[in-house]
Design a protein around this ligand. Structure first.
Ligand code: SF4
Length: 345
């Protein structure tokens, strides 16, 4: 079990002095929102860092799925330290001869009594008596505080648990939401402990249950169900558009990082689409955004696209593209004639 020992701004992290002593060529990566931890590392381990060849990556590192492959290939570090997330459970490969250490950062803020009362009041006022609690890795340690408070108030509260060993109790990712299935049958609402809306939307798409958010950075509690429903409605529209159009050609878009290259899923979708009369083309893209997709479409002019790298890209970044862009789960709905929404795969 990881022990968290030192504080940087509002985060607590594990000690890494021994690791820095052991390795010589070290690449450190972090999501943009946690890159200020680089400065704390310099303050805490400056002497050691100056004795070694340490590279601070500017790569965005959206998740532990997104290691900077080209930097790893050219710099050839003997140690990679990824700050902010634990290991991604669906890596299809790992760069050879390099040790990777994941350094999740735990946010220090705990809910105040007033905020706990607010969570309870919002659930009670909406008539919810049974709640499933999930969180991002930064906040899994406060889920028990919330659960115990709600239980004392007479609400049945359950912390979800993914069946995947590297996932912490209660933890979800944007594309790994199995913790919700462990409690879905027992609850009528999910409480997502996370900043922003990204994870709450994932929970709604995967569960189609009402979703409340407790934002542990601001203490705000909000009901996200209506907004998430409008996103789901748009996703159904795109699925039905592909299902009911005489589309023939599609681009299966492939990621390149260890967690975003999914050969098994790709093969499945490729073979199934051929058996259903489609003509799939394989498109590789280490980074996918609107500009890249426009460039691909200018080149290939296919009828629609399916993103096999990050299943949130079609929903969060590419939903306004002028042709349908589907997640793997949505394309399965078309191929297998499924009516119920499938997220993410
Ligand atoms: S949702 Fe996308 S960015 Fe997040 S862990 Fe999954 S693949 Fe990575």
């Amino acid at each position: 079990m990881t022990s968290y020992k030192w504080r940087c701004n509002n985060y607590i992290l594990p000690e890494i002095g021994d690791l820095l002593r052991e390795y010589n060529r070290i690449l450190i990566t972090a999501p943009d929102g946690l890159k200020n931890i680089y400065k704390c590392l310099i303050e805490k381990y400056g002497g050691l860092i100056s004795e070694k060849e340490v590279y601070f990556s500017a790569h965005g590192s959206y998740g532990a799925c997104d290691l900077p492959v080209s930097e790893i290939n050219s710099l050839k570090p003997d140690l990679i330290i990824h700050i902010g997330h634990n290991e991604y459970p669906f890596n299809s490969y790992l760069p050879g001869n390099v040790r990777i250490i994941y350094l999740p950062a735990k946010h220090v803020r705990k809910p105040s009594l007033q905020e706990l009362e607010l969570i309870y009041a919002r659930l009670r006022d909406e008539g919810y008596r049974r709640v499933g609690i999930v969180a991002t890795i930064q906040h899994t340690s406060i889920t028990t505080i919330i659960r115990d408070f709600l239980e004392e108030k007479g609400i049945n509260a359950f912390i979800g648990k993914s069946g995947i060993p590297v996932m912490e109790e209660g933890q979800i990712l944007g594309c790994e939401l199995s913790a919700i299935y462990s409690v879905k049958g027992k609850v009528d609402v999910f409480l997502v402990v996370a900043g922003g809306f990204f994870h709450a939307l994932g929970v709604y798409l995967a569960s189609q249950r009402p979703v409340m958010i407790y934002d542990p950075y601001t203490g705000v509690v909000r009901d996200y169900t209506r907004k998430a429903y409008s996103v789901l409605a748009k996703r159904y529209y795109l699925v039905e558009k592909v299902r009911n159009s005489p589309y023939h050609s599609l681009g299966l878009i492939i990621g390149s990082s260890p967690g975003q290259y999914r050969p098994k899923l790709l093969r499945l979708l490729y073979e199934k689409s051929i058996s259903k009369g489609y003509k799939p083309y394989l498109v590789s893209s280490s980074i996918l955004d609107m500009d890249r997709l426009i460039a691909i479409d200018n080149g290939l002019n296919l009828d629609f696209y399916v993103v096999t790298s990050c299943p949130r890209l079609p929903i969060d970044d590419l939903s306004d593209f002028y042709k349908p862009v589907l997640t793997p789960g949505e394309f399965r709905m078309v191929l297998e004639d499924l009516k119920e929404y499938v997220f993410p795969w």
